[in-house]
Unconditional design. Structure first.
Length: 449
């Protein structure tokens, strides 16, 4: 859309709440879009370009909207949604009067949920633009057009009641309150499939990011295993890599990067993305908290030059350090509109430059480079002091104030085994007290998840 129509965000704003069946008004919006796109041309050339753009506008928008429906149905299938829900997703742009896309369905052939959603999203856009009373008037006027008459009547006559609380924040509790009983939760395997579906959907926003999240997840997961992190950390790294952590998950192309360039950590345009990614994953409840914490930190740097919090290494767990290095590595070896992809050796050089500059963790970076097939310049990361994944788990619990007995119960092991682990930990990290062990855990980010 950006390539063919220019500033597609401005176009979307102008189309929001518009009756797409009103050819004259829709046509004027496209005239405005092409006028912006060809503003640098001379008057005669600009007029020809606008006319050619208008004649080809349908050829551009029709396949895009059709693709939205097709991809939504496929993602719905991967998420395990019912056939009925997937059918609704395939009708997203259909209208009651048959002037929708892609199949031009009309009347009762348009599924009830689609009729409701079409009306609801327009009502919100119209209320934002014109106020609730004017929204009610416009909706009533469009009865038997884009909206089924009885739904338009329901909305127009009860607009203030139906719009009450519409601006309130949406929380996990809000969503679950709307879910029909019994509430269904994904099992572990299905949850992993859902994270992967989210990754693929987010990466589809731009051609040059296809497969990016999968590649980062593979790198980060392998590096976490290489560093001997506990299984729970490995899982969180994998899920965070596949989760909604990128700017493109929340914004469209022009607003993201008008020039198509990758914004390195510290770039202003990307600042909000970790915040929204963290919120999205936190909404999943306790099972998403570890991944949410990593998403919130995946653009942070050891020297405070990252974003969005500008923290230093004391706030970055081994998992967060690995994820940051994997993101830098994979992004550098992918082609972007304004630069070619770098070869693996050049990518490794880039990553090590970031290490020398104090932005990336040496151990996390070398772990990523090692699993990516680059010769490592370091031995097994000394920062973890050779601790096993189980010892890291014991250290975390003890550092958080649990007794050995409580830590043993938490991990399903005997107190004697827990004691053996803590003695081994003390020996490896060079301390003799719980306080010393706790300080080591804090200094090395082991209490951050």
């Amino acid at each position: 859309m950006a390539a063919a129509l220019g500033d597609e965000i401005a176009l979307r704003k102008e189309l929001a709440g518009l009756d797409m069946g009103d050819i004259s008004k829709v046509g004027q919006v496209f005239v405005n879009a092409f006028t912006r796109l060809f503003s640098s041309l001379q008057p005669a050339g600009r007029q020809r370009a606008i006319e050619e753009g208008l004649s080809g506008a349908l050829k551009v928008t029709f396949p895009i909207l059709t693709a939205h429906c097709e991809v939504a149905e496929r993602i719905g299938q991967r998420l395990g949604l019912s056939e009925e829900i997937r059918r609704n997703l395939g009708q997203t742009y259909e209208r009651w009067d048959g002037r929708g896309m892609p199949r031009g369905l009309s009347g009762d052939d348009v599924l009830p949920a689609v009729r409701l959603i079409t009306l609801a999203q327009d009502a919100i856009a119209l209320a934002d633009a014109h106020g609730i009373d004017e929204m009610a008037r416009i909706v009533a006027e469009r009865a038997d057009g884009p909206y089924e008459a009885r739904l338009a009547k329901l909305m127009s006559e009860n607009a203030r009641t139906l719009m009450e609380g519409i601006d309130d924040g949406v929380t996990r509790k809000t969503v679950l309150a709307l879910e029909p009983e019994p509430v269904e939760y994904l099992e572990e395997e299905a949850c992993e499939a859902a994270y992967l579906a989210i990754a693929d959907m987010v990466d589809m926003r731009m051609p040059f990011t296809y497969g990016h999240s999968r590649a980062v997840a593979d790198l980060a997961e392998a590096a976490a295993n290489y560093m001997g992190l506990p299984d729970s950390d490995v899982r969180d790294v994998r899920r965070a890599s596949r989760g909604p952590r990128h700017r493109r998950a929340f914004r469209t192309g022009v607003d993201l990067d008008a020039d198509g360039a990758n914004v390195a950590p510290g770039g202003r345009r990307g600042k909000p993305s970790p915040h929204y990614g963290e919120r999205a994953l936190s909404a999943l409840g306790e099972g998403g908290s570890g991944a949410a914490s990593l998403v919130a930190r995946h653009h942070e740097c050891l020297d405070r030059s990252g974003f969005h919090r500008g923290v230093d290494g004391s706030d970055l767990s081994p998992s967060a350090r690995i994820l940051a290095a994997a993101e830098v590595f994979e992004t550098a070896r992918e082609e972007r509109p304004l630069r070619p992809a770098l070869g693996d050796e050049a990518v490794a050089s880039t990553v090590r430059t970031w290490v020398r500059e104090g932005r990336l963790c040496p151990d996390g970076a070398e772990a990523v480079l090692s699993v990516a097939g680059q010769p490592s310049r370091r031995n097994t990361p000394a920062r973890l002091a050779g601790m096993t994944p189980r010892e890291i788990e014991v250290l975390r619990l003890v550092a958080r104030g649990l007794t050995l007995k409580e830590a043993a119960e938490e991990l399903g092991i005997s107190p004697k085994t827990a004691d053996n682990h803590i003695q081994s930990i003390y020996s490896k990290i060079g301390v003799t007290t719980r306080a010393g062990a706790a300080l080591f855990a804090v200094e090395n980010g082991l209490l951050m998840r």
